[in-house]
Design a protein around this ligand. Structure first.
Ligand SMILES: [Zn+2]
Length: 212
């Protein structure tokens, strides 16, 4: 399965895609913007739009689901649980970035999610290649767990924790796929420039102080 469903496009339909991995894109649905922390999945409609933006659902299927799940208490409850899980997953990623292993409690939770919501895969032609992709055709809200659980499991098993990183200037996490492993911020547009300007100003201040 691909590490991310799309090449990083930064913002797609109001959602951030700079994580290089679906599990991290899910984590980054609560970024800190200039105006403070922002929940990008405040309601079921937003969750469906995120599934479309991340390439898991077609726009057409997204519209159909939005209609079907509009006033579904099951969908609201599912979103609430997904967001709680997202924050537990955040704690795991932060611990991994600090060099600590994944807790047994989280592994057990993830294993029961994987068992409860198995994923199916489908072979698809991509130009000359064949790609193994997650087959995602949700009917009930809880079906959304399958791609999230498998993405998180993949991240924790396939990715070297040394390549997991938090942006130096905000709470966005990403998988560093750069050759040198030297990526420092979520995106040049969002935080890279901010850091460069701050570093420039610091150099100027130091130079002025030295000149005195
Ligand atoms: Zn950032």
């Amino acid at each position: 399965m691909p590490a991310a469903s799309k090449t990083p496009g930064e913002w797609i339909d109001g959602f951030l895609f700079v994580g290089n991995h679906l599990a991290l894109e899910f984590l980054n649905t609560r970024p800190i913007l200039a105006e403070g922390p922002k929940e990008l999945l405040p309601d079921v409609d937003a969750l469906i739009r995120w599934l479309v933006a991340s390439g898991m659902l077609t726009t057409q299927n997204g519209h159909a689901l939005a209609k079907k799940w509009k006033s579904s208490p099951e969908a609201v409850a599912c979103l609430r649980e997904l967001l709680k899980f997202r924050e537990r997953f955040r704690a795991v990623v932060i611990r991994q970035e600090a060099g600590f292993p994944v807790s047994g409690v989280f592994i057990a939770e993830l294993n029961s999610l994987l068992k409860e919501h198995p994923s199916s895969v489908v072979l698809q032609r991509k130009g000359k290649r064949l790609d193994l992709e997650a087959a995602f055709d949700p009917e009930k809200p809880n079906d959304v767990w399958a791609p999230i659980a498998i993405a998180v499991a993949e991240l924790l098993s396939d990715v070297s924790p040394g390549r997991l990183r938090k942006c130096e200037a905000c709470i966005v996490h990403f998988l560093d796929t750069s050759k040198k492993g030297s990526r420092r911020w979520c995106s040049m547009n969002i935080c890279g420039n901010k850091i460069k300007v701050a570093a420039y100003q610091q150099r100027q201040r130091t130079a002025r102080n030295k000149a005195r």
